[in-house]
Design a binder for this molecule. Structure first.
Ligand code: G3P
Ligand code: MG
Length: 257
């Protein structure tokens, strides 16, 4: 099976992460899917933002959980990236689902509940995916094992993955016990052994954040289920046109992030 390409926070190398311009660009670049991070506002609305605090990616200060939807929508989530994106606002999960619904896009909704325990985040996300009939092409993920268990209780058939940035002993066994159907790992812990373990246990293996052409190609060769990348254009080129790493690197001089 072809390795799927998820745009990490949208095409976040080229547009402000987790905003509509980044999602739109990922779609135009022919990514297979979109990865995004969800947190809850003070009034309980799922919104797409990576950090618990709005400071890094908006012109505001303070925590997402202290803003109502109306207040958080006033923030500028584009200027920090470039003046070209001034006035871009934070997106709700529902807005993303409405936009994605008519498109053939996969979704990865990452629940950002490993720092703040957002009340009913799992139920709210599930309800929206159910309402928009998008559960079939969505994988939920979380660093928080408790959240995975909660989600499985809502719907045991949901496609859910355990996220980890560190090496865990018997990771595949642990993931199976949790009831997850896949593992999302940081690139640095990718190994042929883990690929084999996942195959043995029937688990999907998706890898983040894979931006360097040589790393992208390694994931393809190992047969990873998917990669999360800030540069979906490069990943698509390497996969579809079978371009060499050297050729792509010449065209897109790589910057470390
Ligand atoms: O979901 C993969 C990846 O996004 C997890 O890490 O910090 O980029 O959300 P982070
Ligand atoms: Mg994420």
């Amino acid at each position: 099976m072809k390795t799927k390409i998820y745009a990490h926070r949208g095409a976040s190398r080229y547009a402000p992460e987790n905003t509509m311009p980044a999602f739109q660009l990922a779609y135009e670049m022919k990514a297979d899917g979109i990865e995004t991070d969800v947190q809850l506002t003070k009034d309980g609305v799922p919104v797409l933002i990576h950090d618990e605090n709005v400071r890094r990616t908006t012109n505001g200060t303070g925590f997402v959980e202290d803003y109502t939807l109306e207040e958080i929508k006033q923030l500028d989530a584009g200027s920090w990236f470039s003046s070209k994106y001034a006035g871009t606002s934070i997106v709700t999960l529902e807005e993303l689902l409405q936009w994605a619904k008519p498109k053939q896009l996969l979704l990865n909704i990452e629940l950002k509940n490993n720092v703040i325990e957002y009340k009913k985040l799992e139920q709210k996300v599930y309800q929206l995916l159910f309402t928009y009939d998008l559960l079939d092409r969505t994988v939920i993920s979380s660093f928080n094992p408790k959240s995975i268990e909660k989600f499985k209780k809502i719907d045991r058939n949901v496609n859910i993955a355990f996220l980890t940035s560190t090496k865990i002993r018997r990771l595949a066994n642990f993931t199976k016990l949790l009831g997850a159907s896949g593992i999302h790992i940081k690139y640095r812990i990718l190994s042929t052994h883990l690929v084999g373990e996942c195959q043995k246990h029937g688990l999907d293996l998706r890898v983040y954040t894979v931006n360097r052409p040589a790393q992208i190609v390694r994931c393809y060769k190992l047969g990873c289920t998917a990669i999360f990348t800030d540069v979906p254009d490069i990943a698509v080129k390497l996969l579809l046109h079978n371009q060499s790493v050297e050729k792509v690197t010449r065209k897109f001089p790589f910057r470390r992030r």
